[in-house]
Design a protein around this ligand. Structure first.
Ligand SMILES: [Zn+2]
Length: 241
């Protein structure tokens, strides 16, 4: 067995046997990793408290046959506001769940790791609800999916754009509408977010728009994952035949 070090964010944990816990990690250099933290549910455990969801840690692990084993964990960033504020922690949980679903085991993506740790820090600092849609936009761009937001994806008109459907590739006019309704203000805010002008949006967007953006962002991620799942199923069927 070989020993390695990596930085990681704890995505989720679950119980294993009497005293152990499985931790699902998103690591900087190895992507998603499942590891065992032995003895962490005993009161004397040295690193049990450091391996809670959203914890960002420096880890040392043994490479196991099936699961790696955590041998050391040091807290890298303390998110005190995140832990004490239910709204912020709820949003952090959404980020963790998205990474858990998007990330592929054993496939490193340091850029995605940085997007995640950046968003967690931002949530801890400001707790702004727009952190989630901004995060989703960055994840989609890294996944190679950027919705068209300037013109109807079916007919090309720039007028009366009323809905968005990621499986169509972006926004649609009233005549071609499908997917989710989108208001003009929300479409404009998303244009800025995808255009990397998050700061401007954070400072100027009213709460009602932020709520609509959060809802649409989670819908976009769902649509992206559904589509990815479908294409991988088609691919698997193709391989079998
Ligand atoms: Zn159209």
């Amino acid at each position: 067995m070989s020993l390695y070090r990596d930085d990681a964010v704890v995505l989720r944990t679950y119980k294993l046997g009497e005293a152990d816990r499985i931790v699902v990690l998103y690591t900087r250099n190895r992507g998603k990793v499942r590891a065992v933290a032995k003895g962490v549910r005993r009161t004397k455990s040295k690193f049990g408290a450091r391996l809670e969801p959203a914890s960002t840690v420096h880890l040392q692990l043994y490479e196991g046959r099936n699961l790696d084993i955590v041998t050391q964990a040091e807290t890298a960033t303390v998110y005190s506001n995140l832990r004490s504020d239910l709204d912020r922690f709820g949003r952090a949980s959404v980020l963790l769940e998205i990474i858990d679903q998007v990330a592929i085991e054993g496939e490193a993506n340091p850029a995605l790791f940085n997007v995640l740790t950046g968003a967690l820090s931002e949530l801890d600092r400001e707790g702004n609800p727009l952190v989630v849609p901004a995060f989703v936009a960055k994840v989609l761009v890294l996944e190679g999916v950027q919705p068209l937001l300037d013109a109807c994806v079916r007919c090309g008109t720039e007028d009366d754009l009323v809905s968005i459907d990621l499986s169509e590739g972006g926004v649609l006019c009233r005549a071609d509408r499908r997917g989710e309704p989108i208001s003009e203000a929300t479409r404009e805010a998303f244009r800025l977010v995808f255009g990397n002008q998050v700061r401007r949006v954070l400072d100027t967007t009213p709460d009602a728009i932020a709520v609509e953006m959060e809802r649409l962002a989670s819908r976009m991620i769902e649509q992206h994952l559904e589509r990815r799942l479908k294409s991988s199923t088609v691919f698997a069927e193709h391989l079998q035949s």
